[in-house]
Ligand binder design. Sequence first.
Ligand SMILES: Nc1ncnc2c1ncn2[C@@H]1O[C@H](COP(=O)(O)OP(=O)(O)O)[C@@H](O)[C@H]1O
Ligand SMILES: [Mg+2]
Length: 256
Amino acid sequence: MRIAVAGKGGVGKTTVAAGLCLLLAEQGRSPWAIDADPNNCLGYALGFPQDLLADVKPLSEMRQILAERAGSSAGQGGMFLLNPDVTDLIADYEIKNGNISLLVMGVVDEGGAGCMCPENATLQTILRELVHAERDLIVDMVAGLEHLGRATAQAVDGLLIITQPRDSALRTVPRIHKLAEDIGSARMWVLGNNVGSDQEAARIRGSISQMPVIGTLSHYPGLQDDDVFAGASGSNLKSDLSQILTKLKQQLDGDA
Ligand SMILES: Nc1ncnc2c1ncn2[C@@H]1O[C@H](COP(=O)(O)OP(=O)(O)O)[C@@H](O)[C@H]1O
Ligand SMILES: [Mg+2]
């Protein structure tokens, strides 16, 4: 199963991405967890030990090496022209905890409000490689999908768009859908998060016509953002999310 998790900032992408990885790992699978958000929260949400995360080497640092291997001007902000062999690099940059392998994209320069193009070119190169591995892949995307590349779309079986029953989050959904459609994303689902009532669930279902709503998650008071399945709220999230995972699998198996 290869899924990219998208949505407006704060809707719960990292929480869901981490939860899906943890569930897959518990089922004996060995997922790749890709933190494509420069905030780098996914490792914490997965409950990776602090000392492991302190040593993490961000993919953005790989840029120069990739540029050299690709023989292109990527170091100057250009795109990678060739597809360099990166298997050894991935092994060098991954951090593992149990069955889960984490790669983080890296922090974008302070104040650099602008383009993450070189970082994204690196991410695309890595995803193009990972797609050949027979492993699950969960990508925690950046809030704006402007940087979503074709390689990302092709590397995943589908895009899971998280929303909440609020205007600002709901408004973002069709925009993400359009962007994702333009770059050739095959499947998309909406997942409602922080849904406190049947009315709110109905509101999400009523306002989304472009794609199926795969399900909803409640609000779990006091949910942790480090180690998302910790505590009573975490275990409620876990059981609700495992139903979503089952549905996603059924839908993907139905396609196959
Ligand atoms: N269903 C939920 N119930 C309670 N808190 C939640 C829920 N979903 C997310 N949160 C909290 O909201 C904050 C933002 O979630 P996060 O997953 O980091 O969003 P994103 O990655 O989309 O920015 C985090 O502190 C997280 O613990
Ligand atoms: Mg996040």
